[in-house]
Write a protein that binds this ligand. Structure first.
Ligand SMILES: NC(=O)c1ccc[n+]([C@@H]2O[C@H](COP(=O)([O-])OP(=O)(O)OC[C@H]3O[C@@H](n4cnc5c(N)ncnc54)[C@H](O)[C@@H]3O)[C@@H](O)[C@H]2O)c1
Length: 339
Protein backbone atom coordinates (compact mmCIF):
# COMPACT_ATOMS: atom_id res chain seq x y z
CA UNK A 1 0.00 0.00 0.00
CA UNK A 2 1.39 3.39 -1.03
CA UNK A 3 0.39 6.85 0.17
CA UNK A 4 -0.34 8.94 -2.92
CA UNK A 5 -1.07 12.65 -3.29
CA UNK A 6 -3.13 13.10 -6.44
CA UNK A 7 -3.31 16.67 -7.71
CA UNK A 8 -6.15 17.59 -10.07
CA UNK A 9 -8.02 14.50 -8.88
CA UNK A 10 -11.48 15.97 -9.53
CA UNK A 11 -10.82 16.24 -13.26
CA UNK A 12 -11.48 13.85 -16.12
CA UNK A 13 -8.36 11.72 -15.76
CA UNK A 14 -7.93 12.23 -12.01
CA UNK A 15 -11.30 10.75 -11.08
CA UNK A 16 -10.43 7.55 -12.95
CA UNK A 17 -7.03 7.38 -11.22
CA UNK A 18 -8.64 7.70 -7.78
CA UNK A 19 -10.86 4.70 -8.60
CA UNK A 20 -7.87 2.64 -9.76
CA UNK A 21 -5.68 3.67 -6.80
CA UNK A 22 -8.33 2.81 -4.21
CA UNK A 23 -9.22 -0.43 -6.01
CA UNK A 24 -5.54 -1.41 -5.73
CA UNK A 25 -5.67 -0.61 -1.98
CA UNK A 26 -3.58 2.57 -2.07
CA UNK A 27 -4.27 5.53 0.24
CA UNK A 28 -4.99 8.79 -1.59
CA UNK A 29 -5.13 12.47 -0.75
CA UNK A 30 -6.76 14.43 -3.56
CA UNK A 31 -6.00 18.13 -4.01
CA UNK A 32 -8.08 20.25 -6.40
CA UNK A 33 -9.51 23.77 -6.52
CA UNK A 34 -12.29 22.91 -9.02
CA UNK A 35 -11.09 25.52 -11.51
CA UNK A 36 -12.06 23.08 -14.26
CA UNK A 37 -14.15 20.45 -12.45
CA UNK A 38 -17.02 19.87 -10.07
CA UNK A 39 -17.20 18.51 -6.50
CA UNK A 40 -19.93 16.24 -7.86
CA UNK A 41 -17.26 14.30 -9.74
CA UNK A 42 -15.72 13.31 -6.39
CA UNK A 43 -19.15 12.27 -5.05
CA UNK A 44 -19.49 10.01 -8.09
CA UNK A 45 -16.06 8.47 -7.39
CA UNK A 46 -17.14 7.74 -3.80
CA UNK A 47 -20.18 5.92 -5.18
CA UNK A 48 -17.99 3.74 -7.38
CA UNK A 49 -15.41 2.83 -4.73
CA UNK A 50 -17.91 2.70 -1.85
CA UNK A 51 -15.66 4.64 0.50
CA UNK A 52 -14.45 8.11 1.37
CA UNK A 53 -10.92 9.45 0.84
CA UNK A 54 -8.95 12.48 1.94
CA UNK A 55 -9.53 15.70 0.00
CA UNK A 56 -8.16 19.25 0.16
CA UNK A 57 -9.77 22.15 -1.71
CA UNK A 58 -6.71 24.28 -2.46
CA UNK A 59 -4.83 26.04 -5.21
CA UNK A 60 -1.56 24.16 -5.69
CA UNK A 61 0.23 27.47 -6.12
CA UNK A 62 -0.49 28.15 -2.42
CA UNK A 63 2.93 27.00 -1.18
CA UNK A 64 2.20 27.32 2.54
CA UNK A 65 -0.96 25.23 2.42
CA UNK A 66 0.59 22.57 0.20
CA UNK A 67 3.69 22.27 2.38
CA UNK A 68 1.56 21.88 5.48
CA UNK A 69 -0.72 19.20 4.05
CA UNK A 70 2.25 17.21 2.67
CA UNK A 71 3.87 17.32 6.12
CA UNK A 72 0.72 15.84 7.61
CA UNK A 73 -0.08 13.23 4.93
CA UNK A 74 3.53 12.12 4.32
CA UNK A 75 3.09 10.83 0.74
CA UNK A 76 5.35 8.19 -0.82
CA UNK A 77 4.30 9.31 -4.30
CA UNK A 78 2.79 12.34 -5.99
CA UNK A 79 0.73 11.97 -9.15
CA UNK A 80 0.61 15.50 -10.53
CA UNK A 81 -2.25 16.04 -12.96
CA UNK A 82 -3.45 19.51 -12.00
CA UNK A 83 -3.00 22.16 -14.63
CA UNK A 84 -4.76 24.29 -17.17
CA UNK A 85 -5.09 22.43 -20.47
CA UNK A 86 -7.05 24.39 -23.09
CA UNK A 87 -4.69 24.89 -26.03
CA UNK A 88 -6.63 27.85 -27.54
CA UNK A 89 -6.90 29.64 -24.19
CA UNK A 90 -3.17 29.14 -23.63
CA UNK A 91 -2.47 31.09 -26.82
CA UNK A 92 -4.68 33.96 -25.58
CA UNK A 93 -3.41 33.86 -21.97
CA UNK A 94 0.15 32.49 -22.06
CA UNK A 95 1.24 34.07 -18.76
CA UNK A 96 -1.69 32.52 -16.90
CA UNK A 97 -0.71 29.09 -18.28
CA UNK A 98 2.97 29.44 -17.42
CA UNK A 99 2.14 30.83 -13.99
CA UNK A 100 -0.44 28.19 -13.02
CA UNK A 101 1.23 25.15 -14.52
CA UNK A 102 4.79 25.94 -13.53
CA UNK A 103 4.23 27.56 -10.12
CA UNK A 104 1.99 24.71 -8.99
CA UNK A 105 4.74 22.23 -9.93
CA UNK A 106 7.40 24.22 -8.05
CA UNK A 107 5.19 24.41 -4.99
CA UNK A 108 4.68 20.62 -5.10
CA UNK A 109 8.41 19.92 -5.49
CA UNK A 110 9.23 22.18 -2.51
CA UNK A 111 6.60 20.40 -0.41
CA UNK A 112 8.02 17.01 -1.50
CA UNK A 113 11.56 18.06 -0.59
CA UNK A 114 10.35 19.31 2.76
CA UNK A 115 8.67 16.02 3.70
CA UNK A 116 11.13 13.64 2.01
CA UNK A 117 8.82 12.42 -0.77
CA UNK A 118 11.03 11.16 -3.63
CA UNK A 119 8.78 10.15 -6.53
CA UNK A 120 6.62 12.31 -8.78
CA UNK A 121 4.58 11.04 -11.71
CA UNK A 122 3.71 13.91 -14.03
CA UNK A 123 0.95 14.29 -16.67
CA UNK A 124 2.84 15.29 -19.74
CA UNK A 125 1.52 15.17 -23.26
CA UNK A 126 2.29 14.09 -26.80
CA UNK A 127 2.01 17.81 -27.64
CA UNK A 128 5.66 18.14 -26.52
CA UNK A 129 6.63 16.49 -29.81
CA UNK A 130 6.84 18.53 -32.96
CA UNK A 131 5.35 17.50 -36.27
CA UNK A 132 5.94 13.72 -36.57
CA UNK A 133 9.16 12.98 -38.49
CA UNK A 134 8.40 9.25 -38.30
CA UNK A 135 5.70 6.94 -36.92
CA UNK A 136 5.09 5.53 -34.43
CA UNK A 137 6.37 8.34 -32.23
CA UNK A 138 8.84 7.17 -29.61
CA UNK A 139 10.25 9.01 -26.63
CA UNK A 140 13.40 10.15 -28.44
CA UNK A 141 11.46 11.99 -31.14
CA UNK A 142 12.38 15.67 -31.43
CA UNK A 143 10.42 18.32 -29.53
CA UNK A 144 8.48 21.25 -30.92
CA UNK A 145 5.34 22.20 -29.00
CA UNK A 146 3.46 24.89 -30.89
CA UNK A 147 1.51 26.62 -28.10
CA UNK A 148 2.05 27.81 -24.50
CA UNK A 149 0.16 24.81 -23.08
CA UNK A 150 2.50 22.34 -24.79
CA UNK A 151 5.53 24.44 -23.95
CA UNK A 152 4.54 24.53 -20.27
CA UNK A 153 4.60 20.70 -20.32
CA UNK A 154 8.06 20.64 -21.85
CA UNK A 155 9.38 23.27 -19.42
CA UNK A 156 8.01 21.28 -16.47
CA UNK A 157 9.67 18.12 -17.81
CA UNK A 158 12.98 20.03 -17.82
CA UNK A 159 12.41 21.30 -14.26
CA UNK A 160 11.71 17.74 -13.14
CA UNK A 161 14.88 16.55 -14.89
CA UNK A 162 16.98 19.02 -12.88
CA UNK A 163 15.12 18.20 -9.67
CA UNK A 164 15.79 14.47 -10.11
CA UNK A 165 19.43 15.09 -11.06
CA UNK A 166 20.08 16.94 -7.80
CA UNK A 167 19.13 13.97 -5.58
CA UNK A 168 20.27 10.42 -6.38
CA UNK A 169 17.19 8.92 -4.73
CA UNK A 170 14.62 11.14 -6.51
CA UNK A 171 12.53 9.92 -9.44
CA UNK A 172 10.42 11.91 -11.89
CA UNK A 173 8.31 9.91 -14.33
CA UNK A 174 6.82 12.00 -17.13
CA UNK A 175 3.92 10.19 -18.77
CA UNK A 176 3.24 11.60 -22.23
CA UNK A 177 -0.41 10.94 -22.95
CA UNK A 178 -1.74 10.63 -26.45
CA UNK A 179 -5.54 11.24 -26.64
CA UNK A 180 -7.39 10.12 -23.50
CA UNK A 181 -11.06 9.31 -24.15
CA UNK A 182 -13.92 7.16 -22.87
CA UNK A 183 -15.25 6.85 -19.34
CA UNK A 184 -15.54 4.45 -16.42
CA UNK A 185 -17.73 1.42 -17.25
CA UNK A 186 -20.30 2.52 -14.63
CA UNK A 187 -21.06 5.70 -16.60
CA UNK A 188 -20.80 7.61 -13.30
CA UNK A 189 -17.60 9.49 -14.17
CA UNK A 190 -16.35 10.77 -17.51
CA UNK A 191 -15.30 13.85 -19.43
CA UNK A 192 -17.40 16.90 -18.59
CA UNK A 193 -16.12 19.89 -20.58
CA UNK A 194 -17.19 23.20 -19.03
CA UNK A 195 -17.49 24.88 -22.41
CA UNK A 196 -17.69 23.94 -26.09
CA UNK A 197 -15.54 20.77 -26.23
CA UNK A 198 -12.07 21.27 -27.71
CA UNK A 199 -11.57 17.56 -28.31
CA UNK A 200 -13.19 15.22 -30.80
CA UNK A 201 -14.67 12.63 -28.42
CA UNK A 202 -16.74 14.87 -26.13
CA UNK A 203 -17.86 16.79 -29.21
CA UNK A 204 -19.07 13.60 -30.93
CA UNK A 205 -20.78 12.61 -27.66
CA UNK A 206 -22.66 15.92 -27.59
CA UNK A 207 -23.71 15.57 -31.25
CA UNK A 208 -24.99 12.04 -30.51
CA UNK A 209 -27.01 13.34 -27.56
CA UNK A 210 -28.50 16.15 -29.66
CA UNK A 211 -26.78 18.94 -27.73
CA UNK A 212 -24.78 19.96 -30.84
CA UNK A 213 -26.11 19.96 -34.37
CA UNK A 214 -23.22 18.41 -36.28
CA UNK A 215 -19.59 17.40 -36.13
CA UNK A 216 -17.05 19.49 -38.04
CA UNK A 217 -14.45 17.27 -39.68
CA UNK A 218 -11.39 19.41 -40.39
CA UNK A 219 -9.87 18.13 -43.62
CA UNK A 220 -10.59 14.98 -45.64
CA UNK A 221 -7.59 15.20 -47.96
CA UNK A 222 -4.83 13.98 -45.65
CA UNK A 223 -2.67 11.06 -46.69
CA UNK A 224 -4.69 8.60 -44.56
CA UNK A 225 -7.00 5.70 -45.57
CA UNK A 226 -10.17 7.86 -45.56
CA UNK A 227 -8.49 11.28 -45.82
CA UNK A 228 -9.39 12.40 -42.27
CA UNK A 229 -6.90 12.89 -39.44
CA UNK A 230 -5.63 9.79 -37.62
CA UNK A 231 -4.79 9.89 -33.90
CA UNK A 232 -3.90 7.47 -31.11
CA UNK A 233 -6.88 7.39 -28.70
CA UNK A 234 -6.35 5.79 -25.32
CA UNK A 235 -9.11 4.69 -22.94
CA UNK A 236 -9.00 6.75 -19.73
CA UNK A 237 -9.21 3.55 -17.61
CA UNK A 238 -6.13 2.17 -19.37
CA UNK A 239 -4.44 5.50 -18.66
CA UNK A 240 -5.44 5.30 -14.99
CA UNK A 241 -3.98 1.80 -14.77
CA UNK A 242 -0.72 3.08 -16.27
CA UNK A 243 -0.34 5.59 -13.41
CA UNK A 244 -0.77 2.91 -10.79
CA UNK A 245 1.63 0.69 -12.76
CA UNK A 246 4.12 3.59 -12.55
CA UNK A 247 3.67 3.72 -8.76
CA UNK A 248 4.07 -0.03 -8.42
CA UNK A 249 7.07 -0.30 -10.80
CA UNK A 250 8.90 2.90 -9.90
CA UNK A 251 11.94 0.79 -8.94
CA UNK A 252 12.47 0.29 -12.71
CA UNK A 253 12.97 4.03 -13.24
CA UNK A 254 16.34 5.70 -12.73
CA UNK A 255 16.10 9.41 -11.91
CA UNK A 256 14.11 11.21 -14.62
CA UNK A 257 12.38 9.42 -17.48
CA UNK A 258 9.61 10.00 -20.02
CA UNK A 259 7.21 7.33 -21.21
CA UNK A 260 4.59 7.53 -23.98
CA UNK A 261 1.10 6.28 -23.16
CA UNK A 262 -0.76 5.31 -26.30
CA UNK A 263 -2.14 2.21 -27.97
CA UNK A 264 0.15 1.85 -31.02
CA UNK A 265 -3.01 2.26 -33.09
CA UNK A 266 -4.38 5.18 -35.05
CA UNK A 267 -8.10 5.81 -35.68
CA UNK A 268 -9.47 8.35 -38.14
CA UNK A 269 -12.15 10.93 -37.38
CA UNK A 270 -14.65 9.11 -39.61
CA UNK A 271 -13.86 5.75 -37.97
CA UNK A 272 -14.62 7.29 -34.59
CA UNK A 273 -17.82 8.84 -35.85
CA UNK A 274 -18.95 5.48 -37.28
CA UNK A 275 -18.02 3.53 -34.14
CA UNK A 276 -19.78 6.09 -31.93
CA UNK A 277 -22.87 5.90 -34.13
CA UNK A 278 -22.91 2.09 -33.78
CA UNK A 279 -22.41 2.10 -30.01
CA UNK A 280 -24.92 4.90 -29.30
CA UNK A 281 -27.44 3.98 -31.96
CA UNK A 282 -27.75 7.71 -32.69
CA UNK A 283 -27.26 9.64 -35.87
CA UNK A 284 -24.08 11.74 -36.02
CA UNK A 285 -24.40 14.38 -38.76
CA UNK A 286 -21.08 15.82 -39.91
CA UNK A 287 -19.69 18.43 -42.29
CA UNK A 288 -16.31 18.43 -43.97
CA UNK A 289 -14.47 21.69 -43.27
CA UNK A 290 -11.07 22.98 -44.42
CA UNK A 291 -7.96 21.67 -42.64
CA UNK A 292 -7.02 23.51 -39.43
CA UNK A 293 -3.68 25.23 -39.30
CA UNK A 294 -1.10 23.20 -37.39
CA UNK A 295 -2.95 19.86 -37.67
CA UNK A 296 -1.03 16.87 -38.96
CA UNK A 297 -2.43 13.91 -40.93
CA UNK A 298 -1.37 11.09 -38.63
CA UNK A 299 0.06 10.63 -35.17
CA UNK A 300 0.37 7.52 -33.05
CA UNK A 301 2.68 6.15 -30.42
CA UNK A 302 4.85 3.18 -29.66
CA UNK A 303 4.20 1.45 -26.31
CA UNK A 304 7.49 -0.42 -26.09
CA UNK A 305 8.95 1.62 -23.24
CA UNK A 306 5.72 1.51 -21.19
CA UNK A 307 5.65 -2.28 -21.61
CA UNK A 308 9.26 -2.74 -20.55
CA UNK A 309 9.43 -0.30 -17.65
CA UNK A 310 5.87 -0.30 -16.31
CA UNK A 311 4.67 -3.73 -17.45
CA UNK A 312 1.68 -1.91 -18.88
CA UNK A 313 -0.14 -1.86 -22.19
CA UNK A 314 -3.57 -0.62 -23.24
CA UNK A 315 -6.27 -3.31 -23.18
CA UNK A 316 -9.43 -1.52 -24.25
CA UNK A 317 -10.49 -0.96 -27.87
CA UNK A 318 -12.42 1.69 -29.80
CA UNK A 319 -15.78 0.06 -29.01
CA UNK A 320 -15.01 0.24 -25.27
CA UNK A 321 -14.04 3.89 -25.68
CA UNK A 322 -17.27 4.78 -27.52
CA UNK A 323 -19.66 2.69 -25.43
CA UNK A 324 -18.33 3.96 -22.08
CA UNK A 325 -18.29 7.56 -23.31
CA UNK A 326 -21.89 7.17 -24.46
CA UNK A 327 -22.92 5.65 -21.13
CA UNK A 328 -21.57 8.72 -19.31
CA UNK A 329 -23.00 11.14 -21.87
CA UNK A 330 -26.48 9.61 -21.86
CA UNK A 331 -26.57 9.59 -18.04
CA UNK A 332 -25.28 13.19 -17.89
CA UNK A 333 -26.43 15.12 -20.99
CA UNK A 334 -25.47 18.35 -19.20
CA UNK A 335 -22.44 16.98 -17.38
CA UNK A 336 -22.31 16.48 -13.61
CA UNK A 337 -24.96 19.19 -13.17
CA UNK A 338 -27.53 16.50 -14.06
CA UNK A 339 -26.84 14.60 -10.82
N1 LIG B 1 -7.30 15.24 -21.39
C1 LIG B 1 -6.35 15.27 -22.31
O1 LIG B 1 -6.61 15.19 -23.52
C2 LIG B 1 -4.89 15.37 -21.90
C3 LIG B 1 -3.88 15.02 -22.80
C4 LIG B 1 -2.54 15.14 -22.41
C5 LIG B 1 -2.23 15.60 -21.12
N2 LIG B 1 -3.25 15.94 -20.28
C6 LIG B 1 -2.89 16.46 -18.95
O2 LIG B 1 -3.44 15.62 -17.95
C7 LIG B 1 -3.81 16.38 -16.80
C8 LIG B 1 -5.25 16.08 -16.44
O3 LIG B 1 -6.06 16.34 -17.58
P1 LIG B 1 -7.65 16.27 -17.49
O4 LIG B 1 -8.13 16.04 -18.88
O5 LIG B 1 -8.09 15.38 -16.40
O6 LIG B 1 -7.94 17.79 -17.13
P2 LIG B 1 -9.04 18.41 -16.16
O7 LIG B 1 -9.08 19.86 -16.43
O8 LIG B 1 -10.30 17.64 -16.27
O9 LIG B 1 -8.39 18.12 -14.72
C9 LIG B 1 -7.40 18.96 -14.17
C10 LIG B 1 -7.81 19.25 -12.74
O10 LIG B 1 -6.83 20.09 -12.15
C11 LIG B 1 -7.48 21.08 -11.37
N3 LIG B 1 -6.57 22.21 -11.26
C12 LIG B 1 -6.05 22.95 -12.26
N4 LIG B 1 -5.22 23.91 -11.78
C13 LIG B 1 -5.22 23.76 -10.42
C14 LIG B 1 -4.55 24.41 -9.35
N5 LIG B 1 -3.71 25.45 -9.56
N6 LIG B 1 -4.78 23.98 -8.09
C15 LIG B 1 -5.60 22.93 -7.84
N7 LIG B 1 -6.26 22.27 -8.82
C16 LIG B 1 -6.07 22.67 -10.09
C17 LIG B 1 -8.77 21.36 -12.12
O11 LIG B 1 -9.78 21.90 -11.30
C18 LIG B 1 -9.15 19.97 -12.63
O12 LIG B 1 -9.97 19.28 -11.72
C19 LIG B 1 -3.55 17.84 -17.17
O13 LIG B 1 -2.30 18.22 -16.66
C20 LIG B 1 -3.52 17.83 -18.69
O14 LIG B 1 -2.71 18.86 -19.20
C21 LIG B 1 -4.55 15.82 -20.62
Amino acid sequence: MARIVLTGGAGFIGTHIIVEAITQSHEVLVIDNFVNSSPKALDAVKKIVGQDFEFLDADLCDEGKIKHVFEKFKPDFVIHLAGLKAVGESVEKPILYYEQNILSTLSILKAMDNCGCKVIIFSSSATVYGEPQYLPLDESHSFGPTNPYGKSKLFIEEILKDWAKADASAKAICLRYFNPVGAHASGLIGEDPQDIPNNLFPYVAQVASGKREFLSVFGNDYDTPDGTGVRDYIHVCDLAEAHIAAVENSQNIEGWDAINLGTENGCSVLEIKDAYKRMSNRDIPYKIMPRREGDVGSCWSTSAKAKTLLGWEAKRDLEDMCSSSWKFQSKHPNGYDDN
